[in-house]
Design a protein around this ligand. Structure first.
Ligand code: PL3
Ligand code: FE2
Ligand code: FE2
Length: 242
């Protein structure tokens, strides 16, 4: 028969086994993988800042709101920079810039052509859903310092995703065609970025299937909120595998 005392003991051992499951943050393998993943996140946050400022340039009446989102991204960038420093890791920024180059190129092209739908899809939906999925999975296996920072960041990322989602929802009557086209061109890039980062993520005990699952939840929920129907959402999601 369980006594008060024995249930207390069980709780402590549960906690201990949970702590045992976390990776060893001091190994060379962990730090090597972290040097690339940390750089990707720092670069992603920096580009997110630049992208929101750039979108603000196309929407002068919303420039102040977008500037606020951009400032949050700089705070995220600083937070993740501190996470790398805390572990004694030097972020491989050259790797990260190459990692983002195809998506960055597509965003810049859309910006030049003043295609707001494409800009919002790339930054606010695809990149933010990618970040949300990565941060959710990372929080479960992060060191205590990084866990706290990432928990604060992920809340902001939902605000960013929502901002783009609400703009696309309000403009859905006129932007669907561009939305589908932009999705077809850019969702495969997100899939390929996920493939490229999978081995390093594994070294951080982040599971690829879990990352994909979390991405699909954030992405599909957002399309649903935008007002797309199940067939349209299925069609959009399938663009990742063709
Ligand atoms: C915009 O707010 C954020 C853009 C950042 C995108 C980063 C995606 C990260 C993918 C890498 C998976 C590992 C995550 C680990 C977190 C430190
Ligand atoms: Fe961010
Ligand atoms: Fe963001």
């Amino acid at each position: 028969m369980p006594t008060l005392e024995s249930s207390g003991v069980a709780e402590i051992s549960d906690l201990a086994s949970k702590a045992d499951c976390l990776p060893d943050f001091t190994t060379d393998q962990y730090k090597d993988a972290y040097s690339r993943i940390n750089a990707i996140v720092i670069e992603g946050e920096k580009e997110a800042h630049d992208n929101y400022v750039a979108i603000g340039g196309l929407m002068p009446d919303k420039a102040d709101e977008l500037k606020k989102l951009a400032v949050m991204e700089l705070r995220h960038m600083k937070g993740f920079t501190a996470c790398g420093k805390n572990l004694g890791v030097v972020a491989d920024m050259d790797f990260a810039q190459k990692f983002f180059a195809p998506l960055h190129g597509n965003f810049q092209k859309a910006l030049k052509e003043e295609k707001l739908t494409t800009c919002f899809l790339i930054q606010a939906i695809l990149i933010e859903a990618f970040a949300i999925s990565a941060y959710h999975v990372y929080i479960r296996v992060a060191d205590p310092f990084a866990k706290k920072i990432t928990e604060g960041v992920v809340k902001d990322e939902y605000l960013h995703l929502n901002y783009g989602q609400e703009w696309l929802k309000a403009n859905l009557g006129t932007c669907k065609e561009e939305l589908f086209k932009a999705n077809k061109e850019n969702l495969p890039l997100i899939k390929s970025m996920l493939d490229q980062v999978a081995d390093d993520a594994e070294s951080l005990q982040m599971d690829k299937e879990e990352l994909m699952e979390e991405f699909m939840i954030a992405y599909q929920d957002s399309l649903l909120e935008m007002g797309l129907d199940s067939r349209e959402i299925a069609r959009m999601a399938l663009a990742a595998i063709v």
